[in-house]
Design a protein. Structure first.
Length: 202
């Protein structure tokens, strides 16, 4: 049976899951959800109600990193997994933890009226953007000179951050990060998973 992926086009967690599945050459049924009207079939499979959710062979995988790992265990033609696991996990922890919170604060200032957006930007620079820039000054990608699962897992969040105030982002002293981001955004892999799908209705 073909795996079913419940997804939302603009969600960075769903993006990284879709990219890993596509890269691994795994065919799946794409079910695009509406955030305000989530399909009952998805909520039955995963009551937490967030995407991505992969239903495959009677199991439900509802964490984006677990979907990535599942896909790469099936097929990893370019060696995305051949990186130092400890360093990889420290990047992911920083991205999915502290940086994701700062991203939300930066993207939705109306939800955080007590915060100064410029101070949030400075914090994001210190936590994530400067470390990325330092890594990319040394190598083409975060963990070396070839793309790894870590780049794919992190860049959708950096893309979202950059899109909040695009002009401001281009002014930041992050030339290597901007180049890396643009390269991944322009990649055939990313573009192949950004097609628009009609909303799935049960």
């Amino acid at each position: 049976m073909v795996p079913i992926l419940y997804s939302y086009r603009r969600c960075p967690y769903a993006m990284r899951a879709r990219m890993a599945l596509q890269y691994a050459g795994i065919a799946f049924e794409h079910r695009e959800i509406a955030l305000r009207d989530k399909p009952k079939s998805m909520l039955l499979a995963s009551p937490k109600g967030t995407v991505p959710v992969l239903c495959v062979d009677g199991q439900v995988i509802d964490q984006s990193l677990d979907i990535m790992r599942w896909a790469l265990d099936k097929s990893d033609p370019d060696g995305w997994k051949s990186v130092d696991e400890q360093i990889a996990e420290s990047w992911i922890e920083k991205n999915d933890g502290q940086f994701k919170l700062l991203l939300d604060q930066y993207k939705y200032p109306n939800r955080y009226p007590e915060l100064n957006p410029e101070e949030v930007l400075i914090a994001a620079m210190d936590v994530m953007l400067k470390p990325i820039e330092t890594a990319l000054q040394a190598n083409q990608y975060l963990l070396g000179n070839k793309v790894s699962w870590v780049d794919i897992a992190i860049f959708p969040f950096i893309r979202q951050f950059a899109a909040v105030h695009p002009e401001r982002f281009t002014q930041l002293p992050l030339p290597a990060t901007q180049k890396w981001l643009e390269q991944l955004i322009q990649s055939p892999l990313f573009n192949s998973v950004m097609e628009k799908y009609p909303t799935w209705v049960d």
